[in-house]
Design a protein around this ligand. Structure first.
Ligand code: UT7
Length: 326
């Protein structure tokens, strides 16, 4: 019997309508006595704008239109789906999962749904789990979504972090296939780095316990990121029996253009083989890879049959990569 693989059959994404340029943000922060500049943000990160959700819009409201767009691209209806995984660190509620809320908003019922919490690596974690559940026959057609409203957990008085992030959602339909599809996956984490990127708060006795806003040691994250991403990239290539030369597109987590340039250089890939959306989206955590993937597909850059390397890195510390054929 031939092996069961999983294959992406449709992509979709959604951004909240409010686009905030660096100039808008610089002016807003200046009014609060916080000094930053378009030059600093562009030079250090490559970010020029981000989209921010209205205060009453939860992650599920971004996830649902992204999911609908992916379903339409795959030629599928919500009723065709038998698994939903949402990667998010900004869920609608403590529980139930955002995936359960998305399922209901899509008018579905019955199939298993859950969230994956691996911060900016969330989408590669979720895709890996969905691939495994399809390969072992648990599911046939999955919706895998990354959805975030990071604007809710930012400290808007901390210029070292508040200029970096944005809100959005991206989704794929992943279907069982006798052709790959996903060629190899590689996931890692090291909890000793919890403190370098975290939201160190929780809910207890009806109160917020600790600090519910994002903290990041940017330089520590930066230094770790390039090395671990290179290792994960090489691991998936080795597992699939491929080389750097087989990569048509690198789709990295969109945190910082300099990290993406460093990763591409280590893989001997020219920058025109890297899908870059950080300038328009900022860092949207678990949503950034599926947002970039959908952008690459809809702009006509990514073509059927091409080989893509997706790689994520973020809080935990977590990191991983997925190598796949479109
Ligand atoms: O998504 C999860 C993964 N996250 C990441 O990958 C983020 C990784 N890290 C980074 O992207 C970069 O470290 C940052 C973009 C966060 C920061 O860039 P950097 O080149 O590491 O800058 P820095 O932290 O060393 O700060 C340099 C200077 C400091 O001033 P002094 O001490 O040199 O006088 C900061 O106070 O820049 C100052 N600074 C700012 N200035 C203007 C920090 N934030 C700002 C700001 N505007 N927004």
């Amino acid at each position: 019997m031939s092996r069961r693989y999983s294959r992406i059959t449709g992509t979709g994404s959604h951004l909240p309508p409010r686009r905030v340029t660096n100039a808008d943000l610089v002016a807003e922060l200046a009014a609060r006595g916080i000094e930053t500049s378009d030059d600093w943000i562009v030079e250090r990160t490559g970010i020029r704008a981000r989209h921010l959700a209205a205060p009453d819009v939860p992650a599920s409201d971004l996830a649902v239109p992204a999911a609908r767009a992916a379903l339409a691209a795959a030629g599928r209806e919500p009723g065709d789906i038998d698994l939903i995984i949402v990667a998010t660190s900004t869920p609608d509620m403590v529980f139930p999962s955002t995936a359960a809320i998305v399922q209901h908003k899509l008018g579905m019922a019955g199939c298993p749904v859950f969230d994956v919490q691996a911060v900016c690596s969330g989408f590669v974690y979720a895709l890996t789990v969905a691939d495994a559940l399809i390969a072992n026959g648990t599911a046939n057609r999955a919706l895998v979504i990354g959805a975030e409203v990071f604007s809710r957990i930012l400290d808007w008085s901390d210029r070292t972090t508040c200029v970096l992030f944005g809100d959005g959602a991206g989704a794929v339909v992943l279907e069982a296939s006798d052709q790959p599809g996903i060629l190899a996956t590689d996931l890692h984490a090291d909890g000793k780095y919890v403190d370098i990127l975290c939201v160190p708060g929780g809910v207890s006795g009806g109160q917020v316990l600790g600090d519910p806003l994002l903290k990041m040691d940017g330089q520590a994250v930066f230094k770790l990121a390039v090395g671990v991403l290179d290792k994960a990239a090489r691991a998936v290539l080795a597992k699939a029996g491929k080389t750097e030369a087989d990569i048509d597109w690198l789709i990295p987590h969109q945190a910082n253009l300099r990290i993406m340039q460093g990763t591409a250089k280590k893989l001997h890939l020219p920058l025109d083989k890297v899908i870059v959306t950080v300038h328009e989206h900022g860092n949207t955590s678990a949503a950034s890879i599926p947002l970039a993937l959908d952008h690459g597909v809809r702009s006509g850059q990514i073509q059927a049959g091409q080989t893509l390397l997706l790689e994520g890195v973020g809080g935990g510390f977590t990191w991983g990569a997925v190598l796949l054929n479109m």
